[in-house]
Design a protein around this ligand. Structure first.
Ligand code: SIN
Length: 314
C-alpha cells in the first residue's frame, strides 16, 4: 500500500519566532533563537492533529546566517523532500535574512514539493506573538495539495522566493511581493491561491558543496550622493570576485562610481547593476554595466555567487 504524503517536516533555525524577552511587553529588547522548534509547535495546539516531524537544524539570529548553515539546510531539505511520505517542509527562520535563504533554496533546489519558510516579528514571549499563527499557516501551505516551490508564509500571505522582500523594520506585516502578484493567501487555515507557485531549474546541491572559505567573495556597493568609487578600490585591494552595484533608480551610478566599477570589471571582477529602490527591475541598456534584472541587491549577490561557483573550478 502506498504511504500518503501527509507528513510535514519542520526545521528550526532560530530567529525572533524562537526569541524570548524578560518582559512580555518588550517587543525589541529580546534575544532571537532561544526556544527549540518543539517548543514552538507546543504553542500551537491546533497543529496536534497533523502529522509533523521536527528537527532543530540551527539556532541563529538570522543576521548571522552563514554559508555553512545554508549548506546544511539545503542538504537536509533535499533529503526530507526525497522521502515519499513527506508532503512538504517548513523552515522557521529569522525575518532579517529569510528572503536570502528563500532565494538560495529556490535556486539550488527548485523543489517540486513546497518548502515554506516562516518567521515572526514579535518574540514568542510577546503579549500577542505572531509566530504561532505564522507557523500554523506555514504548515497548512506545506501540506496543501498542489503547493510547490520555495515560498514565505507570513501574516496570512504566501510570497514567492524571488520577489519577497522585508519592507518594514517593525510592522507585523513586514513582507511584500514587491514586483508582482502574491502566490496565495491563508484564510482560517485554508489556502486561496491567487498567483503562481515558483518554478525554475535547480542548480543542484553539487553547486554549493565547496567549503565556505572557497566561495567567491561578492560585495554590495551603493550609489548615493557623493559616491566617489573609493569603496570599490578598497574592496579590490582586499580581494573581491564580484560586485553588485545597488544603483539609484534604474541602476544609475555616479560618474566616479561607474568609472571605478568599470576599472574593477576590466581587472576581472564581475559587476552587475541592481537598484537601491524597494521594487522594480533594472533595464539593460547598451553601453551600461550588466543588469541584475529584477533581483534585489542581496538576491543578485546570491545569484552571482552561484554563477561564479558554477564557473570556477574547486
Ligand atoms: C532574526 O532575523 O533572526 C531576528 C529578527 C527577526 O526574526 O525578526
Amino acid at each position: 500500500m502506498q504511504t500518503p504524503a501527509d507528513l510535514v517536516v519542520i526545521l528550526g533555525t532560530g530567529g525572533t519566532i524562537a526569541g524570548t524577552a524578560a518582559s512580555a511587553s518588550d517587543g525589541v529588547g529580546y534575544t532571537a533563537g532561544q526556544l527549540r522548534v518543539q517548543d514552538l509547535l507546543a504553542a500551537v495546539p491546533a497543529l496536534s492533529s497533523q502529522r509533523l516531524e521536527a528537527h532543530q537544524l540551527a539556532q541563529l539570529d538570522s543576521k548571522d546566517m552563514d554559508v555553512a548553515t545554508w549548506q546544511r539546510l539545503a542538504a537536509e531539505v533535499a533529503a526530507h523532500l526525497a522521502r515519499p511520505e513527506v508532503a512538504g517542509i517548513v523552515v522557521t527562520h529569522g525575518t532579517d535574512t529569510v528572503e536570502e535563504t528563500a532565494y538560495f533554496l529556490h535556486r539550488v533546489l527548485a523543489p517540486s514539493k513546497p518548502v515554506v519558510l516562516t518567521a515572526a516579528m514579535r518574540p514568542a514571549t510577546a503579549l500577542a506573538p505572531d509566530g504561532p499563527q505564522n507557523l500554523f499557516d506555514a504548515v497548512q501551505v506545506a501540506a496543501a495539495p498542489g503547493a510547490k516551490g520555495v515560498v514565505l508564509a507570513f501574516a496570512g500571505r504566501v510570497h514567492d522566493a524571488v520577489q519577497v522582500r522585508k519592507v518594514h523594520s517593525y510592522r507585523v506585516d513586514a513582507f511584500e511581493s514587491v514586483d508582482g502578484a502574491l502566490v496565495a493567501r491563508v484564510e482560517e487555515g485554508r489556502l486561496r491561491v491567487v498567483g503562481r507557485w515558483p518554478a525554475g531549474e535547480a542548480l543542484g546541491l553539487e553547486r554549493v558543496t565547496r567549503p565556505a572559505v572557497q566561495w567567491p567573495r561578492v560585495e554590495i556597493v551603493m550609489n548615493h550622493a557623493g559616491a566617489d568609487g573609493a569603496i570599490v578600490r578598497a574592496l579590490q585591494a582586499v580581494g573581491v570576485d564580484g560586485l553588485i552595484a545597488a544603483g539609484t533608480g534604474n541602476g544609475t551610478l555616479s560618474r566616479a562610481l561607474d568609472a571605478a566599477l568599470r576599472e574593477a570589471e576590466a581587472a576581472g571582477v564581475r559587476v552587475w547593476r541592481s537598484t537601491r529602490c524597494d521594487a522594480g527591475p533594472v533595464m539593460a541598456l547598451p553601453g551600461l554595466l550588466p543588469s541584475a534584472g529584477a533581483l534585489s541587491p542581496v538576491k543578485a549577490r546570491i545569484e552571482m555567487i552561484l554563477s561564479l561557483l558554477g564557473s570556477t573550478s574547486s
